[in-house]
Design a protein around this ligand. Sequence first.
Ligand code: SAH
Ligand code: SF4
Ligand code: F3S
Length: 469
Amino acid sequence: MTISSSLMSDDKGFGKAVYIATYGCQMNEYDSELVRSILAQAGYVFVDGANEADIVLLNTCSVRENAHRKVYGHIHEIRHKRQGRPVVIGVLGCMATGLRQELMDDRALALDLVVGPDSYKRLPQILTAIRAGLKPAPTLQGARYPMITTTMEHPGYDVTLSEFETYADVYPTRSAGVNAWVAVMRGCNNFCSFCIVPYTRGRERSRPVENVLDEVKRLADDGFKQVTLLGQNVNSYRHDGKDFAHLLDEISKIKRIARIRFTSPHPKDFPESLIRVLGENPKVCKQVHLPLQAGNDRVLALMNRHYTGAVFMDLVTRIRRACPGIALSTDIIVGFPTETGLEFNDTVRLMQEAAFDSAFIFKYSVRPNTEAERRLKDDVPEKEKTERIVRINKIQTDISLGKNKALIGQIEPVLIESVVLSKGNSVYGRNDANKIVVLPKGNFKPGDMVQARITAATPHQLKGEPLAS
Ligand code: SAH
Ligand code: SF4
Ligand code: F3S
């Protein structure tokens, strides 16, 4: 949809067409939906590209260095493409809080606003203030407003982190679909030594159970079949003495919601009650993302992860015992400061032992102000990090393939998500374990639950045939 911005302007003649680009994790996807809802209430409209927009908001991620570089690249590209035509450009999300001053001071970026994840309700007010208060910039091509020099007084600057903001009173504007993200808690108190998130998103806080239930009921009314509960540390959810296991059970009572997923849990917050819900509640999907990060105990301690390799493996065993066939995925960081080749072998060994269905493997990258940045030297050479990542990826690909092949011949319920892109004669959905299953198109539509026999497998997806009904 393209809307001419001249049709949509406020009484001062400022266009109200907004383009939001989202980077990073699902929490940021969710936050962009919150921002859409907040701005729509204030009369803003949304366009599909930066070129047609009056306001471009980049909801950013800082978790690894390349995430961060991508955002810089995008801002420069927008400025270049606009060729001097005015546009308000703002940075939201984790980079806004993480890099605050640096972003504001960067003359080449020439940002108009920098707003952190707890200040989105102020966006309409902030946009009005910067647009009303500032005159066109005489110097920089493409920048409509003078560049920010003193951050504190600038109306476009708000990176305050809140101990309370959960956006419980905002119903996000989602595009129609099968799955809806629902943030049930925000922030992180864990301070893993490599991670910037506790600094960019502040302290943990959870939404009331009733408030989450109201949102999920509304989602069911809107036709969503699956909810994925989100939190930086989702299983540390707690409100008025009610924990995450309780929340899952309560949500599962909502009739038209067929599946419940959640991400990301921390291995240290996995009580027996939660394992029991995973095993016993049929709506809670048999899939858990359980970030291991490293297999060596010295490295895990330096990472401040609060478990050893043995404790992690014991958790894996208990989850699998309660929930046979459950799919487990993980995150791994290779080349954490001081990690030796021998210590890395412990990660390889644990990966083989745990036999995850899939894994996201990252090279360690230094993040500003983290404990690892302050106390340790990034001393594993780039070449060594590359060798470790290649080695572990190969091992994981073989494990993933073996796991997927073992499903051939089995009958799996598949929740249809979409028609497959390329030829349009297939549809895809996901099984309970969150694996993609491609099926011949038939008459299926998104939201249908189809019983399918698995006929083929690659490391990353399955093929199936629907059973005759
Ligand atoms: N809250 C989630 C993780 C969020 S970040 C959790 O605890 O599971 C997602 C992943 O990015 C992390 O699990 C970690 O593997 C990776 N990551 C975080 N900081 C990193 C860094 N400095 N370098 C490399 N990878 C990092
Ligand atoms: Fe980062 Fe650790 Fe918190 Fe996850 S649990 S967001 S890795 S500090
Ligand atoms: Fe990135 Fe922030 Fe998510 S740093 S991974 S967008 S919590």
